[in-house]
Ligand binder design. Sequence first.
Ligand code: 13P
Ligand code: SF4
Length: 357
Amino acid sequence: MISQPLIRMPAVSAINVPPMVEEQLSATERDRLVARIKTLMAQHNAVLVAHYYTSAELQDLAEATGGCVSDSLEMARFGHAHAAKTLIVAGVKFMGETAKILNPEKRVLMPDLDANCSLDLACPADQFSAFCDQHPERVVVVYANTSAAVKARADWVVTSGTAVKIVAHLHAQGKKILWAPDKYLGDYVQKTTGADMLLWQGACVVHEAFKAEALAKMKLDYADAAVLVHPESPAAVIALADVVGSTTQLINAARTLPNPAFIVATDNGIFHKMQAVAPGKTFLEAPTAGVGATCKSCAHCPWMAMNGLQKLAQVLETGANEILVDEPTRQRAVHSIQRMLDFAAQQQIKPSVGGND
Ligand code: 13P
Ligand code: SF4
């Protein structure tokens, strides 16, 4: 058990969560837009890289056009390896920035530049940098859900699929860690590795809303179900999990475990892929405070929901919403991201559905 020193953490200001606004299209409108987007993508030598939390239409389109649907580690790797001149990133801002940092020669477009993330918003670069300055003896490890400027201040970037292995590796070298921004993921990594970690106090508004007490009751009602939990969830929820992992790791668990049903504590956008890889199995949302109560997200990320086919067609037509990262920031940030990709390759972490992790 590590005794944490008494350190005053910078206060995290309240995050303004946008209302949930999802695109509503008729089947005819959707088919027309998909056809138009496919033509535009071919014209612009573009590939679509989408996260599992985006709409089923975007996920299907990414796969139908030779792009990828994945967790944030694989999104970074896929975009970097692909020959397309334009990467369209359907996800949130940090995913677009990571793509640009790794691929300065490529054009990176996003359907909506306001698609952010409560973790990124909770960690302003100036405050974070000042905090790092106060702890020069610590290795700075930041979650991928951060701005380019925060990554530029880091020694390592990690994703949910690599965090435990990278921190364990640093701990084995006797390193102390300064971790940001997710306090729950940081706590999980600390407990799993035993590393000495100083945690920034950010949280994901989606995962923070899952409720342990209600989940424990739900488990009793679904005795055959395995509980799959993303590690951005609170410790009491993680404690009830059969599997804790990145989105890809949770999808792989749904595919390989023998259970007929799963209670899933992550964004419900993931059900589209889970149902595809494990047809016939039942997927249930882990309980949040519920509609009309205190949850702000109710198991769906309002920023991920900002992505849609209409906006995607528009950015391809106009070239709007290009992600730009200034060169000095990019040059500093690329090392910490590339370090993670090299580590993942060395450790053979293959975060794709059907991979070994
Ligand atoms: P993954 O890398 O596990 O997909 O997580 C990204 C994310 O934002 C989860 O909320
Ligand atoms: Fe960020 Fe949470 Fe949305 Fe993931 S689900 S992008 S961590 S706010």
